[in-house]
Design a protein around this ligand. Structure first.
Ligand code: TXA
Ligand code: MG
Length: 347
């Protein structure tokens, strides 16, 4: 398939309209959002959505997020719980997805046969214009081949999906760089199914009682299936085996230096996911700083690009410094643990 690539910004109305036409006639369009790039199709068109799964190689039991540009979502849901309204009023448009009971307008393929639907209103202006011009909600998972790190630049999407979609639009690097917070609102009970830039603290600040799906915090196993189907897959995975070192940072640096020496003697290259504070303390290896420990937002924004870079360099092992699991650190560590298949050493 020929894939058209358009570098656009929010003022590129003609090009965005052309992309919207592709969506209307059942095609696939990769587009930017403030979290990660999405792979979009008309959410009300089952055949179009089927092509999303094919292009990504995505398992059919993993439901899609429906992206809207209008606060009136009544056509797509059974009803809107008060607590869901509160979240929408406070955080939409933005990086949070709500899971509520679906209406019959949303095809079962989109929700992977669940009776709930995930809905989000992105803040990225290109995304919003695309949805508005298309005149339909857009179902979109992250625009990566299944199992690879989510794309945070247009180049990542070109690497993964060139020839598999009708059009790729975008240009800007994604502002947040981690996928949206997914929060289920069942009756009035609020549960975080996937941590993201809108944190538990932020939800509690608007007066909500918030649970966290326990499967987020540990490795999923038989009796602890995550409620969000997508959370169970190995994800974000770089090609090399990855280990995260948590605990005191000085100890992590010492341990990783020991590994660098050990692997070097075996002719192997170690990639180190370091930070600005530590990057000069390593002796050898391929060192990438994801940013300063004082700016978790930038670390989140750089994480997936860093994982993809280790793939390009073809390192044999990756050792990564860990982060505190609170605030945005919870989302960062959740993605890192999945990338590392829950290989964590606490020192
Ligand atoms: O930031 C984002 O959310 C990006 C951009 C493109 O909007 N999209 C994204 O989509 O990350 P995807 O498909 O990679 O992740 C969607 C997550 C999966 O973990 C999926 O299982 C969960 O949302 N999900 C979707 N519908 C659900 C439902 N009805 N119940 C529970 N989890 C659901
Ligand atoms: Mg994804």
């Amino acid at each position: 398939m020929d894939t058209k690539v358009y570098y656009v910004d929010e003022h590129s109305d003609e090009k965005i309209k052309e992309a919207a036409e592709v969506i209307k006639r059942g095609g696939l369009v990769v587009f930017p959002t403030e979290t990660v790039y999405g792979l979009g199709a008309n959410a009300l068109d089952e055949e179009a959505c089927r092509r999303i799964f094919e292009a990504k190689g995505r398992p059919q039991d993993n439901p899609l997020i429906v992206h809207v540009a209008d606060f009136d979502i009544s056509d797509y849901v059974e009803y809107i719980p008060e607590n869901a309204k509160k979240i929408m009023e406070n955080f939409w448009p933005g990086p949070i997805t709500i899971v509520v009971k679906k209406s019959s307008r949303i095809p079962m393929l989109v929700t992977a046969n669940l009776d709930s639907v995930a809905i989000r209103m992105p803040s990225n202006k290109v995304a919003r214009k695309l949805i508005e011009y298309a005149g339909v909600p857009i179902a979109a998972p992250s625009a990566n081949i299944s199992g690879r790190p989510s794309p945070t630049t247009i180049e990542h999407t070109i690497d993964d999906l060139m020839g598999k979609v009708d059009m790729i639009i975008g240009g800007d690097k994604c502002e947040f760089g981690l996928e949206s917070t997914v929060v289920e609102v069942l009756d009035e009970k609020v549960t975080i199914l996937r941590p993201g830039a809108i944190t538990r603290d932020m939800l509690e600040e608007i007066g909500l009682n918030v649970d966290i799906d326990p499967a987020i915090l540990t490795k999923p196993y038989e009796n602890l299936k995550p409620k969000s189907p997508g959370m169970k897959y190995r994800h974000y995975a770089p090609k090399a085996e990855m280990t995260i070192i948590t605990g005191r940072i000085e100890r992590a640096v010492d341990y990783i230096n020991m590994k660098i020496d050990e692997m070097k003697s075996k002719g192997k290259l170690v990639g180190v996911l370091a930070t600005d504070e530590t990057k000069d303390l390593y002796r050898g290896g391929y060192i990438i700083s994801v940013g300063s420990r004082k700016k978790l937002g930038l670390i989140a924004a750089n994480l997936f690009d860093t994982l993809r870079e280790f793939d390009k360099i073809d390192v044999d092992y990756i050792y990564a410094e860990g982060f505190e699991e609170d605030g945005l650190g919870l989302a960062i560590m959740n993605r890192m643990k999945k990338a590392a298949s829950y290989n964590v050493i606490n020192l």
